[in-house]
Design a protein around this ligand. Structure first.
Ligand code: TYD
Length: 245
């Protein structure tokens, strides 16, 4: 079992073998899928259960990452090319890994990230058509071997996701540059996610997000509970070869 807050410091306890390794859970999904809400709900629930949690978001996650996020998502930056976009995603991620995620995992925390490298695979690799290889190459440089133990992809069809995202963007126009891509782009992103689920069914779980917030949260919790029962350290998962992607 992963450590609860009361015992995160007892790194040598036999009953608590992962206290110094942490557990890395990421949320993925299309814009408007509801993944950010589900990430928050899960974090709150795990905190109530006594786990030590670190929440983060990408792009962003650190003060430097937030500055990079503004460049990436500002609809005024229409001329931003696909390669600079890709590199900025990883610049934000590299800072987040080094400054926040690795230290939190080393403290034995459960890290919950709203997006991580799978977003780059789906959005830049599949959506922008840059391919997965270049993304995995940058992952090797930026992520210091850190890979999620578990990824929960909140899956909804593109029409539902776009309608939800549009309703929200009416109130938050500053962050809509990528959301505003054509429906065809979002379809490719979804196909990228579905391909990840086919390639890594153990780690990358599709959660049906077509119902309401509560019914999706129940599905998320069922998966997380099962994983917590036999949690493995983030680092041992991260050392698995990337070639199966
Ligand atoms: P996010 O903050 O999750 O926005 P939303 O709440 O709308 O889902 O992500 C911002 C945007 O950045 C989103 O359109 C997806 C995109 N993105 C990428 O294209 N590549 C990436 O690697 C990441 C992390 C995000």
């Amino acid at each position: 079992m992963i450590s609860k807050r009361s015992c995160t410091m007892s790194t040598t306890s036999a009953a608590n073998p992962f206290a110094s390794q942490g557990l890395f859970i990421t949320f993925e999904g299309l814009d408007g899928s509801g993944k950010s809400t589900q990430a928050r709900v899960l974090a709150d629930r795990l905190r109530k259960e006594g786990y030590a949690i670190y929440e983060t978001v990408e792009p962003g996650g650190t003060p430097i990452g937030q500055q990079i996020r503004r460049i990436l998502l500002d609809p005024a930056n229409q001329e931003l090319g696909a390669i600079p976009e890709l590199l900025l995603m990883f610049a934000s991620r590299a800072q987040n890994v080094e400054q926040a995620i690795l230290p939190a995992l080393e403290e034995g925390k459960i890290v919950i990230a709203d997006r991580f490298t799978d977003s780059t695979i789906a959005y830049q690799g599949s959506g922008r058509g840059l391919g997965w290889e270049v993304v995995l190459e940058l992952e090797r440089i930026a992520c210091q071997g850190i890979r999620p133990n578990l990824t929960l992809c909140i899956d909804v069809d593109t029409e539902t996701a776009l309608n939800r995202a549009r309703a929200r963007n009416n109130t938050n126009r500053q962050e809509a540059r990528i959301d505003e891509q054509a429906a065809e782009f979002h379809q490719k992103v979804r196909e990228g996610y579905l391909e990840l689920a086919r390639r890594e069914p153990e780690r990358f779980r599709l959660i049906d997000g077509s119902g309401n917030e509560q019914s999706t949260a129940v599905k998320v919790w069922d998966v997380v509970q099962a994983v917590l029962r036999d949690a493995s350290p983030a680092r041992s998962v991260s050392s698995s070869p990337s070639s199966n992607r």
